[in-house]
Design a protein around this ligand. Sequence first.
Ligand code: MG
Ligand code: NI
Length: 476
Amino acid sequence: MDRSSKITINPISRIEGHGKITIHLDENGDVCESRFHVTQFRGYERFCQGRPFEEMPVITQRICGICPVSHQLASVKACDAILGVDIPPTAGLLRELLHMGQFIQSHALHFFHLASPDLLLGWDSDPAQRNIVGVIGEFPDLALKGIQLRKFGQEIIKALGGKKIHPAFAVPGGVMNPLAEDDRDNLLSGFGQAYETIYAALNIVKDWLGENLEEVKRFANFRSLYAGLVDENGCPALYDGKMRMRDHDGNTLAEFDPSRYLEFIAEQVEPWSYLKFPFFKPHGYPDGCYRVGPLGRLNAADAMGTSEAQQEFEHYQQLSKNGLKGSTLLFHYTRLIELLYCLEKAEELLEDHLICGHDIRITADPSNREGIGVIEAPRGTLIHHYQVDKYGVLEKVNLIVATGHNNLAMNYSVNLVAKEYIRGGEIREGLLNRVEGAIRCYDPCLSCSTHALGQMPLKIEIFTCAGELLNEIRRP
Ligand code: MG
Ligand code: NI
């Protein structure tokens, strides 16, 4: 009897976008390979060719309804480089504030809507209840606070861009409009409640980690490299910094200006996925697997740079020492530490005496044929790379999105979970929930990575080594 098989998980709920998982079994019915398939492709990079480069900040934020602000900011930084300008200090502060608004709303959305149902209601609770509606039912006060925290991030974006979804605020050379003083004061009055909420969330995560230490230790825990932008003190630099690559033991392997990314990062293509597999070039493929996003950034950093987040960071470092550093579940904790950091940072920016300044934009003719803009998006490092002809028309566009950087790691994570839940052809209860949960830790944005809009669920298919479909798991 041939027991080698391939398993497919579909749908993965509560992740942004869509995908499919296949699990391939060997002749003993054990897991030999798992694949997180990204099956949609719109050819976005090609589609941009022939457009004037200065249209990119507006075009690229349409890539994704979930991370438009991140794309806009990476894009304007690439455009600044083509113009060869340094933007006015106030414009820099305002862009960074916009960025913090995006982080706050994105991280709050992830924790309260996507992650908290597993933590508060339990992995194996009824999937029909295991969502934000279920959390509202059981923890109405906390759910409401979560919704308000997300709204606070959106209010920051709104105060700057005017619109919540696709604000046309950052432009090549600076930003479109100054921040009004009463808008600043208004925003500053909202921090008390925001801090209260983030501490409540941090306590939930820390309690959960403490109570589930064994599972955290086991769950998709593996050695990898970690990457993120850092400032001169080794603190996370979400809007602008040097890109740092660290190994699992904390050694810095490379620290470089992100415009040199091609020297350090290469992308592997696999025939079964439209999403490429970036890897750290000096270590080759697939050994050069690195993780970005909250876990990547905090494991790449030396410190946080704001006082409250620094305290949490020290607690996190203690926790991660005891064999937990590579646990995928630590994404949830690191995401909240970042959320705290972003609140402190946003407050600091709003208190800067230049924040309401009116010197916000510089205009210039293009002076370079190439521009690279790199930021830390909520989900991880986002690279926009443009090449233009002498008229400023785009000849080549390369985008590497956060979910791409994490692609290899997501596949490893799924494989580790699958190995735990499938042995000798037996599939244990809870596989689907755990596989979904592993992917959800990374908060992948499949809209971004496939350049397709909308949400699509995910399923697991299990295949024999002969390629026959043995089992298919999806939510009823
Ligand atoms: Mg690309
Ligand atoms: Ni996105």
